[in-house]
Design a protein around this ligand. Structure first.
Ligand code: GRF
Length: 192
């Protein structure tokens, strides 16, 4: 990825579907002087996504695109991204799969955070499956988005120990806390 020139920050869009704790955290990070990115657009496929409240607070432009027809939705998004000169995309709990075609247009510029130690536990219900298998460790991964689900090149990973007392929600919260540290770190790694 190209180095930052001067004080220009890389115009970034964040895609969400739900709670948006990573979005909240990325907004906070982007406002720091040493952040390589600015968040200029947030896209949600759900109009009631809780995370949208953070966008409203900071007056960031948002767009709801329902993704019922993927092709048309992606076309709308692409036009918007071009219009807003977005150069980088962070997926943060975005529950739709982007097409190969879309990813080609943003080749190597779309990243995602996943709550497992990829390549293990791709897909949904990660914590439930990890606990069922009596894993001793879990964690989170920031990776480039490739056409195959959760299979792109890994940028950074954080491993945590699972306590015997951990349940799905305690593990989820433990890992989310790590996600909030790891996502900014990975973005810095890409641009610095
Ligand atoms: C996170 O666990 C992330 O790793 C996964 O979806 C969850 C989103 O959480 N992709 P939030 O909406 O950022 O709170």
């Amino acid at each position: 990825m190209k180095k930052l020139i001067g004080l220009d920050k890389v115009k970034t869009a964040v895609f969400i579907s739900g709670t948006g704790s990573n979005l909240k955290n990325l907004i906070k990070f982007s406002l720091k002087k040493n952040s390589p990115i600015s968040i200029n657009l947030v896209i949600s496929n759900k109009k009631n996504a809780k995370g949208l409240k953070y966008v409203n607070q900071k007056k960031i432009e948002k767009k709801i695109i329902n993704f019922i027809k993927t092709k048309e939705s992606e076309k709308k998004i692409l036009n918007l991204l071009i219009k807003k000169k977005i150069a980088f995309i962070c997926l943060a709990g975005f529950m739709k799969i982007l097409s190969n075609n879309f990813l080609k247009r943003f080749n190597g510029k779309v990243i995602n955070i996943h709550p497992s130690l990829l390549p293990k536990y791709k897909g949904l219900n990660t914590h439930k499956r990890v606990l069922k298998n009596n894993e001793k460790f879990s964690g989170c991964t920031v990776h480039y988005v490739a056409a195959r689900l959760d299979a792109g090149k890994i940028i950074l990973q954080k491993k945590i120990k699972i306590a015997k007392t951990d349940k799905e929600n305690t593990l989820k919260n433990k890992i989310l806390r790590e996600e909030h540290k790891l996502y900014p770190k990975a973005i810095k790694k890409i641009f610095n």
